[in-house]
Design a protein. Structure first.
Length: 563
C-alpha cells in the first residue's frame, strides 16, 4: 500500500473556518479538503436541502422532452419506458414508469435481454415498439451513442427521448430530446448525475408544470439513492442532496420492493455503503442471471405480499450469482497463473463459456488481486463481449478508445466499461491494450493507494468528534469516509488474530498518555508480527462504532499498519 497524506489547507483558512463553525482544527481541515470554506457552504453540506436542487429546465432539451411527453398524453399515445438491465437502468425505468403511470395509463416498460440484445437500445426493442403501436420511447441510462438506431426508429415513425449520463460521441442521436449533462453544448451546472438522476430531473420538470415541487417527489428518491450508490458516481453537489433524502426514504418509508429486500437482511439503518453492497447486488442479480424485467417488476410493485415473493426470487438469483462469480474468478486466476502473465501491466482473460452476467464482478475481483487494468471476455453470440475495470487514477475508457481499430463497440466510464469485438481480433486487441497501458500508465498507480485526510492523535477521537464525522455522510466518491493516520502506537497486550481462519487482526492500541481504543483489521492477520511484543507502529484507519451486547463504543477500522 502507498500511503499518501493529503495536502494540509492553509493555516489561515483552517483558523477562519474553526472560528466560524466553532469546531476543532481537524474538522475544519476535513471540510476544507472537501471544498467547503464558508459557514454558508458548511450549512449546505451538513443540512442538505431539496431547495438547492437545480432548475431542471437548465438542462439542454428539457423543454422539448416535456412538450413531447405532454403531447403523447394529450393524443393518447402508447409510451414505452426503455432502460438498461443494471441497477441504474432498472431503477430509472421503475422511477419514470411509476411517475408517468400516476398521471397517465398508457405507459409500459422494456428492458433489453443482456444475452440476446446486449447493452443499450436494440433493433429488437425498437421493432417491439413498432409491433405494439408505441410512438414514443423514453430511453434511460442508455442511448447517447445510438445514432443509427434512433435514426431507424425515426424512419418507422417512433420518437425517442434520451436520458443518459455517459460520455457523448462526436455525433448526438437525432432524437426529439437528448438529456445528458455531459453533452458539450449542455450548460447544466452539475455534470455527475447517474442515469436515474437524469430521469429524476425529467420528472421534476414534468412536476413543475403541474405546480409540484421536489418535496412532492420525495417518495421516488429511494430509487435515485440506490442508483447513485450502485453507479459509484460522486456524492457531492446534487447527488449528495438526492442521496441524503433518498437514504431517509429507504430507512423510513421505502417502496414495497425495497422494503421486501430490507426484510431479508438484519440491518436497522442503512448507509449508502449498505445500499451498494446489500440492496444493489440483489437488484443487479435479476439482469445478470435471468432478466432485468424481474427487477423492474419488484421496484414498481405496490402490493407488499407480491413484493415479498418477487424479492425472494431475486434473492435466489443473487445466491446463484455469488456461486457463479466465485467459480469463474477461480478459473480466471488459474488461467493467469498457467499462462504466466503475472508480470504484464494488464489482465486480459477469456473463456467462451463464462457467464456474461458476472464478468464485470469477476473483472473487479481480478483487479483487487493483481491491481491493474483488467478485461474479462466471454462468447456472446458471434462476438466476444468483455467487461473492463481499472485502477484508481487510470482512465480505461481512453485506453479502449486508443484500441478502437480492434473493437466493434464500446462504452462506459473512466473506471468501468464494456465492449464487443470479433473473435479473430482478440489476440491483436490483447497486445494493443497491453501496449497502450504500458505506454500511458504511471507505474505508481499499480500499487494500491490509501489517501489519508489528516494525521491525528488518539486523544482527538471523542464521542463528540465522531458525532460530527457521522454528519459528513452519505459517503462516496468526492466525499469519502475520512481516513486518519496515527503514529507512535503500541498494542496494550490484547492483540490477536481472530475469525474462523484467523485472517483478521484485533488489537487494542494506545499512545503515551492517551486512552486505549479497540481496532479491527479485516484480512490483516498476517501483520500480527508488526504489533507483537510492544513494538511501536503506525496505522491508517477510519472510525466507526462497534455494538456488542447492547453497548456501543468507538472502534478503529484499520486500513493498513506499518512498523
Amino acid at each position: 500500500m502507498r500511503w499518501t497524506l493529503k495536502p494540509k489547507p492553509e493555516s489561515e483558512k483552517i483558523e477562519a473556518l474553526q472560528k466560524a463553525l466553532q469546531v476543532d482544527a481537524v474538522v475544519a481541515t476535513l471540510l476544507l479538503q472537501r471544498g467547503i470554506e464558508t459557514y454558508e457552504e458548511a450549512k449546505a453540506f451538513f443540512r442538505p436541502s431539496l431547495n438547492d436542487l437545480h432548475d431542471p429546465y437548465l438542462m439542454k432539451d428539457m423543454d422539448k422532452a416535456v412538450a413531447r411527453i405532454e403531447k403523447a398524453m394529450a393524443d393518447k399515445e402508447n409510451i414505452l419506458v426503455y432502460g438498461d438491465y443494471d441497477v441504474d437502468g432498472t431503477t430509472s425505468v421503475a422511477l419514470m414508469a411509476s411517475y408517468l403511470k400516476s398521471k397517465y395509463n398508457l405507459v409500459y416498460t422494456y428492458i433489453p435481454n443482456r444475452y440476446d440484445e446486449g447493452y443499450g437500445i436494440s433493433h429488437k426493442g425498437i421493432n417491439f415498439a413498432l409491433e405494439n403501436n408505441f410512438t414514443l420511447i423514453i430511453a434511460l441510462d442508455c442511448g447517447i451513442k445510438s445514432v443509427d438506431k434512433v435514426a431507424y426508429a425515426k424512419e418507422i415513425g417512433i420518437d425517442f427521448i434520451i436520458c443518459d449520463h455517459h460520455r457523448t460521441a462526436d455525433a448526438i442521436p437525432n432524437a426529439v430530446a437528448v438529456l445528458d449533462p455531459k453533452r458539450e453544448d449542455c450548460n447544466y451546472p452539475y455534470k455527475e448525475l447517474c442515469g436515474c438522476g437524469v430521469g429524476f430531473k425529467l420528472i421534476q420538470a414534468l412536476a413543475q408544470k403541474d405546480g409540484e415541487t421536489a418535496e412532492d417527489l420525495i417518495d421516488y428518491l429511494d430509487l435515485v439513492a440506490t442508483a447513485i450508490g450502485a453507479d459509484i458516481v460522486p456524492i457531492d453537489g446534487e447527488n449528495r442532496i438526492l442521496a441524503y433524502f433518498g437514504l431517509q426514504v429507504i430507512n423510513t418509508n421505502p417502496r414495497p420492493g425495497i422494503k421486501a429486500i430490507l426484510n431479508q437482511i438484519e440491518k436497522t439503518e442503512l448507509t449508502i455503503t449498505d445500499v451498494v453492497f446489500v440492496v444493489a447486488p440483489r437488484i443487479n442479480a435479476a439482469g445478470r442471471m435471468e432478466h432485468g424485467n424481474f427487477a423492474v417488476r419488484l421496484l414498481t410493485e405496490e402490493d407488499a405480499v407480491l413484493a415479498a415473493k418477487y424479492a425472494s426470487e431475486i434473492n435466489d438469483y443473487n445466491l446463484d450469482r455469488r456461486e457463479t462469480d466465485k467459480l469463474i474468478t477461480e478459473e480466471a486466476l488459474q488461467q493467469i497463473e498457467t499462462q504466466n502473465e503475472q508480470n504484464r501491466l494488464t489482465t486480459v482473460v477469456y473463456h467462451p463459456e463464462w457467464h456474461k452476467g458476472v464478468i464485470g464482478i469477476v473483472a473487479s475481483r481480478l483487479t483487487e488481486t493483481y491491481y491493474r487494468p483488467t478485461l474479462v471476455f466471454t462468447k456472446s453470440g458471434e462476438k466476444l463481449a468483455a467487461s473492463a475495470r481499472s485502477v484508481k487514477g487510470f482512465d480505461v475508457y481512453n485506453a479502449l478508445e486508443a484500441c478502437a481499430e480492434h473493437i466493434e463497440q464500446f462504452g462506459g466510464h473512466k473506471y468501468a466499461a464494456g465492449l464487443t469485438l470479433l473473435e479473430e481480433n482478440y489476440e491483436a486487441f490483447k497486445q494493443a491494450f497491453e501496449a497502450v497501458v504500458s505506454k500511458t500508465i504511471d507505474r505508481n498507480l499499480l500499487t494500491p493507494e490509501i489517501k489519508i485526510d489528516v494525521k491525528i492523535d488518539l486523544e482527538n477521537i471523542t464521542p463528540k468528534f465522531y458525532r460530527i464525522l457521522k454528519q459528513f455522510a452519505p459517503f462516496g466518491p468526492n466525499n469519502m469516509t475520512p481516513v486518519f493516520m496515527t503514529d507512535n502506537l503500541i498494542d496494550t497486550g490484547y492483540g490477536k488474530c481472530v475469525g474462523e481462519d484467523k485472517t483478521h487482526l484485533r488489537i487494542t492500541v494506545a499512545q503515551p498518555k492517551s486512552q486505549s481504543l479497540v481496532c479491527i483489521g479485516f484480512g490483516m492477520g498476517d501483520k500480527f508480527d508488526l504489533i507483537s511484543n510492544k513494538k511501536t507502529f503506525k496505522a491508517v484507519y477510519s472510525i466507526d462504532e462497534n455494538e456488542w451486547q447492547g453497548n456501543v463504543s468507538l472502534q478503529l477500522k484499520l486500513r493498513d499498519i506499518k512498523g
